[in-house]
Structures are given as C-alpha cells and as structure tokens.
Write a new protein. Structure first.
Length: 110
C-alpha cells in the first residue's frame, strides 16, 4: 500500500502587460493553501521582477520564459515538506517595459 496524498490546483493568477509598470502590482489573490509547486510564467515581451513583499526584488524572469519551483523535490523526511505559506501574495513590476502579453502564476497544493 502506498502513502498517497491528493494534489490540487488553485485558481490561475494573471496580470496583463497594461497593468504592469515600474511599481509593484499584485498578481491575482493571495494563496489559499500552503503551496508545494509554483510556476511563474512571463509571457510578455519585457523583463519582469517578482516579489512577495512588494518592495524587495526577489525573482527575475526574462521575457517569454518561466521559473518552476518544486518545493518538495529531494526532501529528507516523508513527514516533512516545504511550502509557500497560505496567504502569500506575489507582486510583479517591469525591469523593461512590456508591450504585449501577460504574467501567470500556477500553484499546486496538497
């Protein structure tokens, strides 16, 4: 018998290029659950900076690229897992101005 836990998706979060400026703007709503996997996609033609506190540049994502974080890969103990806390909010601002596209945040929890 295996020790299986269901994984589910939260609602897709996105923000269009016209709402992205040199100041941080929220991308969707805060997480409802502790997040175990997150994919942040920059589908714009500009370079983006992401933050969870709306003031500190934390992640750079080049135009037309993404970052994927599987927070539970290679964990040491089955009972221990890493997660982004419920209530975490992501923000984005431009490093170079976009003229098309959107940014997206996809998350899995369980």
């Amino acid at each position: 018998m295996t020790n299986t836990q269901a994984v589910q998706f939260e609602e897709l979060r996105s923000l269009g290029f016209a709402s992205i400026s040199g100041s941080y703007a929220a991308v969707g709503t805060p997480f409802e659950h502790p997040v175990r996997l997150i994919c942040i996609t920059n589908n714009t033609d500009g370079e983006m900076l992401f933050s969870t506190d709306a003031s500190t540049d934390m992640l750079f994502i080049a135009a037309g690229s993404f970052k994927l974080f599987d927070l539970n890969t290679n964990r040491l103990h089955i009972d221990q897992y890493f997660a982004l806390a419920a209530g975490t909010q992501f923000y984005v601002k431009q490093n170079t101005a976009p003229t098309e596209g959107d940014v997206y945040i996809e998350v899995l929890y369980g």
